[in-house]
Design a binder for this molecule. Structure first.
Ligand SMILES: Cc1cc2nc3c(=O)[nH]c(=O)nc-3n(C[C@H](O)[C@H](O)[C@H](O)COP(=O)(O)OP(=O)(O)OC[C@H]3O[C@@H](n4cnc5c(N)ncnc54)[C@H](O)[C@@H]3O)c2cc1C
Ligand code: FES
Length: 289
């Protein structure tokens, strides 16, 4: 019977048709992790570490989990909140998230205490890919986007690929994951406080890396302006790139269409769901948000 061969049947399948549904499209599950710690890293961001099931630990860089957040008040909190994986610690069977407390969901996440259960659905979506011929990559992240860039940088370093990480933030205290990126490559911090985060300056840095042949591929998340900059430079210099998009979501698995955005391929505009056709997309196909 087709249904027993694969654990997750999210490919179109008509019961009784006898048609094999093929490999699972979303090998995801709902699981409970145990909170190990949930500490503040600065006044806006927290770092959540939980234990994880084998399926959750199969998460790839750029994929995300939909987290059931405790209510921070007396009201109900209906929808899960998407969070990218920040660090995959397979040796200790743990997953890590770096999240900004912005609203009720993330303020609810901030109440997670060690020992408590954390209900997650995932891994979800399509993550980053690393081309086998890439020897040097540039990752560019801003704000919460920095969390998303952690695992692809780690994967690159594990494969002997050199990483240059450009970390953009409002102020020095908000440059997160500095330690993680420093371990895997060169870190360039650009800040609003001293004006170095200006697009023109980031452009100069990227052009220097291109001239030094240190940019075989671009990866970015967290800023529309920086995404457009990488897209332009990528097009001019024929450098492939990927962007992880953050979009307000509801179901996180495909049916509700809340997360639809416009993309462009060969001059044709099309709508795609960020949760299931992304959140990682080809840089040249993105039209921003
Ligand atoms: C695939 C994906 C991965 C993400 N990864 C991370 C991450 O690693 N770390 C992190 O801090 N945040 C991440 N986000 C953003 C995170 O999901 C939102 O900050 C969170 O859902 C806000 O929920 P809330 O209830 O606290 O805030 P709300 O009260 O719902 O909203 C507060 C503010 O956040 C904005 N917001 C709400 N949902 C999103 C969203 N999905 N994307 C962007 N802005 C949103 C709202 O417009 C509003 O301005 C990710 C989002 C997506 C789609
Ligand atoms: S969030 Fe429901 S389809 Fe993407």
């Amino acid at each position: 019977m087709p249904g027993t061969k694969y654990a997750f049947l999210s490919d179109p399948y008509v019961a009784g048709s006898g048609k094999d549904p093929g490999p699972a499209h979303i090998p995801a599950e709902e699981s409970l992790g145990r909170v190990i710690s949930n500490d503040w890293v600065n006044e806006e961001y927290k770092h959540l570490i939980i234990t994880a099931s084998p399926k959750a630990l199969a998460v790839k860089p750029g994929q995300f989990f939909n987290i059931l957040c405790p209510s921070p008040d007396d009201g109900e909190l209906w929808l899960r909140r998407p969070q990218s994986i920040y660090r995959i610690d397979r040796a200790n069977k743990r997953l890590e998230f770096l999240y900004k407390c912005v609203g009720r969901g993330t303020r609810g996440m901030a109440t997670f205490a060690p020992g408590q259960d954390c209900n997650i659905v995932g891994p979800l979506g399509i993550g980053f890919s690393l081309k086998p011929d890439a020897k040097n990559i540039v990752v560019l992240g801003r704000g919460v986007g920095l969390a998303t860039m952690g695992p692809i940088s780690q994967l690159a370093a594990d494969n002997g690929v050199k990483v240059t990480a450009i970390l953009s933030a409002r102020s020095p205290e908000l440059v997160m994951a500095d330690e993680l990126f420093s371990k895997v490559g060169e870190v360039i911090r650009v800040l609003d406080t001293d004006g170095t985060s200006a697009v023109e300056n980031v452009q100069d840095i990227l052009q220097r890396l291109i001239a030094q042949k240190r940019a075989d591929a671009f990866y970015t998340c967290g800023s529309n302006r920086l995404m457009f900059l990488m897209k332009d430079l990528g097009k001019t210099h024929n450098i492939p790139g990927q962007v992880a998009m953050e979009q307000i979501m509801a179901c996180g698995i495909g049916p509700c269409y809340v997360c639809v955005r416009t993309f462009e391929t060969n001059g044709h505009k099309e709508l795609r769901r960020v949760c299931i056709e992304g959140p990682v997309f080809d840089l040249q196909e993105c039209v921003g948000w």
